[in-house]
Design a protein around this ligand. Sequence first.
Ligand SMILES: Nc1ncnc2c1ncn2[C@@H]1O[C@H](COP(=O)(O)OP(=O)(O)OP(=O)(O)O)[C@@H](O)[C@H]1O
Ligand SMILES: [Mg+2]
Length: 287
Amino acid sequence: MSATMNADTNSQKSVIKGAIRIEDVVKVYDPDGAAVMAVDHCSIDIPGGEICMIVGPSGCGKTTLLNAIAGFHGITSGEIYLDNELLCGPGKMQAEPGSDRIVVFQNGALFPWKSNLENVVFGPMMEGKLSKEVIYDKAIKMMADAGLGGTEHSFPGEVSSGLRRRVEIVRALMLEPKVLLFDEPYRALDSLTKSVMHEALLDIYYKNKVTIFFITHDLEEAIFLGHRLIIMSSRPCKPKKIVEVDIPHPRDYSVLTSPRFRELMEEAKGVVNEEAKKAFEAGEKEG
Ligand SMILES: Nc1ncnc2c1ncn2[C@@H]1O[C@H](COP(=O)(O)OP(=O)(O)OP(=O)(O)O)[C@@H](O)[C@H]1O
Ligand SMILES: [Mg+2]
């Protein structure tokens, strides 16, 4: 059973768009001439449809990398590709932000004065590529698929935070991105609320396979959600260790108590702690 699941997931992954290739990327900030190297010759290959979890010490350069993929800022050298097309590299050091890569802001990015449905249709309506009827039909179907049936005409403030997060993700998916980018979206949540969020995210992912680049400090979250876990070095960041999470999807919370989950946690924990310690010591020296 689990072998079949893995085979399915792998064959689906091979045809899903959204492959990201980060090649030898360096990012140096230069505030007032004081160079800060945030990313150091970093190379990561993410197949389309993968949930790729990024962990690493605070301040190591994770958000810097995500912002470079999103096109919020440029890189110093190296290249980033999406499905073999250059996003940024020599001659064009900053990627164009685009609806093929969407940063899902999970906190308060919905318009509180618009209904959930109006929030979901907002992007495509602004884009103006499709007719209103097509957009609304698609939105209603996607909301139903994401467990949001019946909440279309409620306002974000009238539904639970779990449902609100679903609305955020569906809103992003309406633009048919190839990649969703998450930067510690569940950072401030307690573990019970987090588990509701994880369920929502996986539920929607299983119906809408996109590539997910997801930064977190929470190792349990990283292993529970991810196909792979990339553990970054202390600043400047580059992959220190890659953990393949060979637990088949679809997953549910029973996975957390499985021996394999605990083994993977142990495997990752040592490296994460070692890098966090280095970052702490470097911070102390700098301070
Ligand atoms: N705009 C900027 N100008 C100068 N330095 C910056 C800028 N943005 C980030 N940095 C520095 O680059 C380094 C990496 O920052 P980044 O935010 O990418 O780390 P991070 O891994 O996301 O950290 P955290 O886990 O705390 O979110 C840090 O030393 C930070 O101070
Ligand atoms: Mg960050």
